[in-house]
Design a protein around this ligand. Structure first.
Ligand code: GLV
Ligand code: MN
Ligand code: MN
Length: 414
């Protein structure tokens, strides 16, 4: 089945329109969560929804919804993803799931098929601004609660709760009724599909993050006058910790886990003082709980050993733990069938990256469809996915939705 020319044009023009928001001179985009740029993305999404005759609403977290049903309590499939980005990110991460879900709904409307659907754009999927991921979808499904995010602040130092209030959002919603299943289309953000010359990935599990903030307290003093044997250099301790985290990730890579120090704050950060205090943020991820727990243990042991040896005091705080989640087996098989019916090559695979789907899997049957991105590059301005690759993902969604309804057998067999 090919998508109609109108749907293909609408899909590409929506993606182009989104990519103008927060566009950077060097390419790519920056659209941090709960900033005016993310607001603008949501405004565009709702505007496009209205323009195509769909119902449009927003919840009190700021998530936006476009649906072909008049009452959101009516049983429906939820499609969706996010519209915020990392700093210097690409235009496809998240956008493909929102624009692709929207295109699938448009295509079904054009084919005269009545399949109850809602497409969601969730707030704050990226951890870049608040150091917490999947905030919009997590609050919506009560996978997160606002109480637990009390001390969470943005890069500008604004509390999440104040930020929600400033937007006029209350930050809480009842668990939504009417959702029967959740499906998210997303770029793979890795190289497996490209390297295996495969058009579609059907996700089996999503890795969960275990995240820590580590404060290393040494002593800041004159870099010329302090002899080497008398120093308490927090940055040197940090550099050992960074390499230890890499080693922990390497050791657990046999279980498909990873570990990263992506963030460092060094004080006073001047050339002529020994660094007195260094903060690190550590992100460890895995699809196996035992592997995550063993990385937690190794991290605590290594930090303690490094700091004791160097006379550095430290505080290691866990700032986020999520459970890895498994996709619904029936949906996985149905999506494989849909890809097969579309004559697209496909494979089942885990997701190393986090997604809004993590917030839904504890409540509803949940699944994800991946499409390749060039050289697997994402969270980078070089991120690229071709129109044909995006359309292939939308075709899988459309075919799946037709199958799921048990509907139009002829269309399915074509
Ligand atoms: C989201 O993109 C994440 O996995 O950090
Ligand atoms: Mn991302
Ligand atoms: Mn994403």
């Amino acid at each position: 089945m090919t998508l109609s020319k109108k749907t293909r044009d609408d899909l590409q023009s929506l993606i182009t329109r989104f990519s103008e928001v927060g566009k950077l001179p060097q390419g790519g985009v920056t659209r941090l969560a709960y900033t005016p740029l993310e607001d603008e993305m949501h405004r565009i999404f709702r505007e496009e929804g209205k323009a195509h005759g769909f119902n449009v609403w927003e919840d009190s977290i700021g998530n936006s919804f476009v649906g072909n049903i008049s009452d959101e309590k009516e049983p429906h499939t939820l499609l969706g993803s996010h519209l915020d980005s990392v700093i210097e990110g690409g235009p496809y991460d998240g956008v493909v799931g929102v624009a692709g879900g929207f295109a699938a709904m448009l295509e079904l409307k054009r084919q005269g098929k009545k399949i109850p659907l809602v497409v969601a754009a969730f707030r704050c999927e990226e951890s870049s601004n608040f150091q917490h991921c999947t905030v919009g979808s997590g609050l919506m499904t009560h996978a997160l609660d606002l109480q637990g995010l009390q001390n969470v602040v943005s890069l500008e130092g604004e509390k999440l709760s104040d930020c929600l209030a400033r937007h006029g959002y209350r930050g809480e919603v009842p668990v939504p009724e009417g959702i029967t299943r959740y499906i998210e289309l997303h770029i793979e953000q890795g190289r497996v599909l490209q390297e295996n010359d495969t058009q579609i990935g059907i996700v089996t599990a999503i890795a969960a993050p275990h995240r820590y903030r580590l404060r290393l307290q040494g002593f800041s003093e004159h870099s010329g006058a302090t002899p080497m044997n008398l120093r308490l250099d927090a940055l040197c301790a940090a550099s050992e910790v960074i390499l230890a985290v890499e080693q922990i990730g390497r050791e657990e890579s046999v279980n498909a886990s990873v570990a990263t120090v992506g963030c460092i704050d060094n004080h006073p950060n001047i050339i002529n003082s020994v660094p007195g205090m260094t903060d690190l943020r550590i992100d460890m991820r895995g699809i196996h709980t035992e592997s995550l727990l063993s990385m937690d243990k190794a991290l605590k042991e290594r930090v303690d050993e490094i700091c004791r040896r160097r006379g550095i005091s430290y505080q290691l705080d866990c700032i986020d733990t999520m459970e890895p989640c498994h996709m619904d087996g029936t949906l996985v098989e149905q999506l494989c069938r849909a890809a097969h019916a579309e004559e697209l090559s496909f494979r089942k695979m885990p997701s190393g990256a986090g997604h809004d789907a993590l917030s839904f899997a504890h409540l509803y049957p949940t699944a994800m469809v991946f499409i390749p991105c060039k050289d697997g590059i994402s969270h980078n301005i070089a991120e690229y996915t071709s129109p044909e690759q995006i359309e292939a993902g939308v075709r899988v969604l459309v075919r799946f939705l037709l199958q799921g309804e048990g509907g139009d057998k002829q269309a399915l067999d074509q």
